[in-house]
Structure formats: C-alpha cells, structure tokens
Write a new protein. Structure first.
Length: 249
C-alpha cells in the first residue's frame, strides 16, 4: 500500500474468498490502518475478517466504497507472512484470499479478551461501617452466590465466621507478610476456612505491609505501596478470576 493510497483513504483488503486480488475499502476518518492490519469488513450481507494488503488499490472515489468496520487490536501480519501468502498462491495457482484463510480461521481470536467480573476487596474498613457496607464485606462468608472473591491486604477477622458448607465462592487472599493489621488473624482465618470447607488460597508477600496495592499509599511504616508485590498480586488475581469465570455468561 502506497502513501498516496493512505492519503486517499482507500486500502486493499485481502478477504478469505476465492478472489484473484484484494478488494478496495474506504478507511473511515480517525481510523489508522497499515499493511498487515487485521480488520473487519463488510462482504455482501455479512462481515468477515480480512488483512490490509500492500498492493495498488482501485482508482475509484473512496465515497463509493464500503468502509472498514473495525480494526482489531492485535499485531499486524508481518511482511514475511504476507510474502508467504503471495508465494503459496502463485506456486499453487490458488486465489490469495483462500491462502490467507490460514491466518483468519478464528476471527474471534482477534477480539479483545472479555472483561472478567469479580469481587475484589481492597482492604481497610469503610469510614462509616453501615450495615449495608458490612454486609458487602461478609458476602463470601454469608454464602453469596458468587464464583470467586479476592482480597488485597484485606481484614481477616470476623465476629460471624463462615458455617460449614455455606461458602460458595472460592477465596484468594493476597496479604502482606509484614502487615501488622492482619498478623493476629491469619491463623484463625485459615482455621475458619478449613472448618467451613472453603476452596481458599492464601499468599503472603515478603517485605510487604498494609496498603501495598494502593499507589497513593505513603504512610510508613504500616501503610506503604509496594509496586513489585502489587504487580505480582494483580497477576495472581487475573489468573484466579480467569479460572473462576471461564465459560460463565
């Protein structure tokens, strides 16, 4: 694709069809594409995934062309891969679009990962511990119908321990090993979880105190942001939630 074609807002797109060459599409204002970009384009009554190619475009007014619908948020197809498609098509006398299908067989893979829903307790009691707010903190213990709960430097003590078999959620606790606020409750929390038959994990981060996941926390010695522990904890949370919410609507 030449610079002129970019300025004219027309690009060739190779679609997974038995066509001898790419089709020309208009690029909407504000959309950035280049050779190798994976895009979604209208094709007849439906939309398909295609690849922006680097061959000359039709000499036609962009206003007369159908526009690209979407650019997928994924790396573009490398030039070496595009040349491979051209070579295979020429060598096997196959339409290049049919060869390009090998890169486009699962267009859903180009979509961003769907957001994961979960309950995360960032730690610390609210300023006004109203009944409603206290209820939120005790959701897992009360047997709320949720798949998973994650706590970052959260309080562990309770006056209403979980009953055996009542907790439906899996629980991940991400705790600072040097958090003096939770130190006295750790052993009791673990015993409570075991007695209630909960699926739980408890992770201690060395050299880490309360508030470790809050970037604005700077009240040593007891409440200090720890970027390394925060990053590790976030990765663990994402893995936990991906496991707990995989396949759920």
């Amino acid at each position: 694709m030449s610079e002129d074609s970019s300025r004219n807002r027309i690009v060739p797109v190779l679609v997974p069809m038995p066509a001898e060459r790419p089709y020309s599409y208009a690029v909407p204002d504000g959309m950035a594409v280049g050779p190798g970009s994976i895009v979604r384009v209208p094709l007849g009554p439906r939309e398909v995934a295609g690849i922006v190619w680097d061959t000359p475009t039709d000499k036609v007014d962009a206003k007369k062309l159908r526009p690209i619908s979407e650019v997928f948020d994924c790396p573009p197809l490398a030039e070496a891969d595009r040349r491979f498609v051209d070579w295979v098509a020429a060598y096997t006398l196959s339409p290049p679009g049919m060869v390009a299908r090998m890169f486009l067989r699962a267009p859903a893979a180009f979509d961003p990962e769907p957001p994961l829903e979960g309950l995360v307790f960032a730690g610390g009691e609210p300023e006004r511990a109203t009944a409603a707010r206290a209820r939120v903190l005790e959701l897992a213990r009360d047997g709320a119908d949720i798949a998973g709960v994650v706590t970052f430097h959260g309080g562990l003590g309770t006056s209403l321990p979980a009953k055996a078999g009542a907790v439906k959620a899996s629980v991940l606790v991400l705790n600072g090993a040097d958090d003096r606020g939770t130190a006295g409750d750790v052993a009791g929390f673990k015993q409570e979880m075991d007695a209630a038959g909960v699926d739980w994990q408890f992770v201690d981060f060395s050299g880490t105190v309360h508030c470790f996941a809050l970037p604005e926390a700077d009240s040593p010695p007891g409440c200090v942001y720890n970027p390394l522990s925060a990053e590790r904890a976030e990765r663990m949370m994402r893995g936990f939630l991906a496991e707990r919410f995989s396949g759920r609507d």
